[in-house]
Design a protein around this ligand. Sequence first.
Ligand code: SF4
Length: 295
Amino acid sequence: MVEYVPAKSIVNRVQNGWFGVDYNMNIYRGCSHGCIYCDSRSDCYRIDRFDQVRVKEDALRIIRDDLRRKVKKGVVATGSMSDPYNPLERDLQLTRHALELLSAYEFGAAIATKSDLILRDVDVLQEIRKISPVLCKMTVTTCDDELCRRVEPHVSVSSARFAALEKLSAGGIFTGILMMPVLPFLEDTPENVLGIIDRAAHAGVRFIYPAFGMTMRQNQREWYLSKLQELFPEDGLRERYERRYPYQYQCVSDRAKPLWKLFTARCDEKGILYKMPDIIRAYRLGYEDNQLKFY
Ligand code: SF4
């Protein structure tokens, strides 16, 4: 049974938004995709029963009213703290209808997801991009589907995400990869990083935004370490983390520097963007007239 939670507003203004977005929109609360490293599980966000997805009550009416009230048009982001294409979305179609509202009110869209369910809504994204910028980001942390099944157990595997990116790109949608986190001792290898870039290039992806490491903080830290123990007992990974990252929030891979060098060289070779100002400029290109109105 679907559980609903009350909400007063859903489309909220953000200052200096990531990827240059103007508003943030979360229709769902919590996420059932089960990524073992998920930062949204941290105590500071105060999301109880994080793995159970709940739905904001009367979401579409609230979103419509929020959009009507906005004095400035802009790009609306969705996909932080929850995945807009979680299993409930298949039937409820709230993300789809919210995108239709963005299209009707001439707002742009910036979506972050790990699910290939996004392909269902290509037609709406194509409508939006006739007038406003559209950006689709898929997180990919490993190009190994087996490892993916362990660390991101309840969502499309990496190969399915690459296939989705290829279809979105072929449909004229500006696509990119969030290569974050790159888990120390598990994913921070040249083979993995270069493998992701090569498959991204094949899929027509325009940018990759990386972070060579991860974050750990209260509650999520203990969750992550216990999952390592459960999933990789033979490798002693938990102990390696506890020794190397005894208390840090930012857990940077020891290989971050050489990986960054490899990463930038291969991205340059493949024509893939990785600097934030370049990415923002590229996905807004062609909307300058609207942007005068927007920004
Ligand atoms: S998809 Fe995102 S929000 Fe959901 S569990 Fe994974 S990292 Fe967390």
